[in-house]
Design a protein around this ligand. Structure first.
Ligand code: FCB
Length: 415
């Protein structure tokens, strides 16, 4: 294979993949357990990664990734506020981490990924300030346990998506709508919890290595389809202020800046508004209509690889922190489309890094086809397919897995 058009990444760059507990583990007892997705699916078994993690780590090894971003499920580990952590569940996560390390795969753990323990949901979840103290206690216990094993800590995954879908749009449990005050309270409480967790994690000195800590911020660009449409522009600007600006300020503004040593960026693309409608498949606009508009979309949002350069340069200039692309991926049955998408985004990433942005790793969403929240099993993000119609949930690598394996092996991408 010629490498003439190959873009090479710096030595030590992390090439990873990502999952979250509710989406892959199965057997969770949180607010998603009784949730029925739009396709009628639920997360009760999901990929059964809970039992099959060792096989899934073998898949990662075959892919040649050197990093894995995954969650520790709080509801498994702590059955009551301030209670000791569950020993068996801890032992299972220790085994996951030990197997990853044995396969030379660096773990990045996520502490909150759209789910809470039932006892926290019973008192209003993150709208209740008690969540902050409870999370602090949980993190203190976790760091005591894992400080010699985990050096990449991702406290909150996409607080903006979580608070928006749970309290504004009603897509996630508890399915509230237009509770702006609760949306803001959730963000404020999570930001405070992140600040405290950051302090705890950074001060837990383990094995002479400094732990790194950050959130994963979902960044969507919000634009008006027709730039002269005042209403669409106003809506786009409101979304930008509420989901991007307000959230970044809450987590990284003022003294909270000190809590983070990196920024995690989840970047998929953009959302354009036309007559106040979000023109994306995830918002219900049919694919053929989007094509007529000239939009290139996966099964979720519009592709916008050049936006990656814009957001990376903005984050670097504003915060001067190292960045990990904690998620990017495409959902589609069309593997050629996904392959092109990956190359386009990695080319944009490479241009940003050549221009001086300090990006340390890229995590493909996702290792496996999985339970995509309110959409259930219809969105195929996996490098590895899972056959959910077969009770044995067989795994099978997709064509993109080979492409990604080549990227990981060569630490570069061919265009
Ligand atoms: C992100 C979530 C992740 C998955 C991908 C497609 O917003 O963090 O769990 O749903 O989108």
């Amino acid at each position: 294979m010629t490498r003439e058009n190959a873009l090479t990444f710096p030595a030590g760059f992390l090439w990873g993949t990502a999952t979250s507990p509710t989406q892959v583990e199965g057997h969770v007892q949180n607010e998603w357990t009784d949730f029925v997705a739009q396709d009628g699916g639920n997360c009760r078994i999901a990929c059964d990664h809970y039992h099959r993690y060792s096989e899934d780590i073998d898949w990662m090894h075959k892919l040649g990734v050197n990093a894995y971003r995954f969650g520790l499920e709080w509801s498994r580990l702590q059955s009551a506020p301030f209670a000791p952590l569950n020993r068996n569940e801890l032992a299972r996560y220790v085994d996951v981490i030990d197997r990853l390390c044995a396969a030379h795969i660096t773990p990045m753990v996520v502490l909150h990924h759209f789910s809470n323990p039932p006892w926290l949901n019973a008192i209003g979840g993150w709208t209740n300030a008690v969540a902050v103290a409870a999370f602090e206690d949980y993190v203190r216990k976790l760091t005591a346990m894992f400080k010699d094993k985990i050096f990449l800590w991702n406290t909150f995954n996409e607080p903006d998506t979580y608070a928006c879908l749970a309290y504004l749009l009603g897509g996630f449990p508890p399915q509230r709508k237009w509770q702006v005050g609760q949306f803001r309270r959730v963000i404020e409480n999570m930001a405070q919890a992140h600040e405290r967790a950051g302090r705890i994690i950074r001060h837990a000195a383990g094995a002479g290595r400094k732990p790194q800590v950050g959130i994963a911020k979902n960044w969507s660009f919000f634009h008006a389809y027709k730039t002269f449409s005042l209403w669409d522009r106003a809506l786009a600007f409101t979304c930008h202020c509420g989901f991007n600006k307000f959230v970044l300020d809450a987590f990284l503004g003022g003294r909270r800046y000190e809590a983070s040593t990196f920024i995690g960026l989840n970047y998929y693309g953009r959302m354009r508004f036309h007559h106040l409608q979000a023109m994306v498949p995830a918002g219900g606009t049919p694919m053929n209509q989007l094509k007529d508009f000239g939009f290139v979309c996966d099964d979720m949002v519009e592709r916008y690889p050049e936006g990656l350069e814009k957001i990376l340069s903005y984050l670097q200039q504003k915060f001067h922190l190292p960045i990990y692309i904690t998620e990017h991926g495409a959902a589609s049955h069309d593997e050629e489309f996904r392959e092109q998408d990956l190359r386009d985004y990695l080319a944009a990433l490479h241009r940003s890094m050549a221009a001086g942005v300090n990006v340390r790793g890229f995590f493909y969403w996702s290792l496996l086809d999985n339970f995509e929240w309110q959409f259930g099993y219809t969105k195929k993000f996996g490098l590895i397919a899972v056959d959910f119609t077969d009770a044995n949930l067989p795994r099978r690598p997709k064509p993109l897995a080979e492409v990604y394996a080549d990227i990981c092996r060569s630490n570069g991408v061919e265009l």
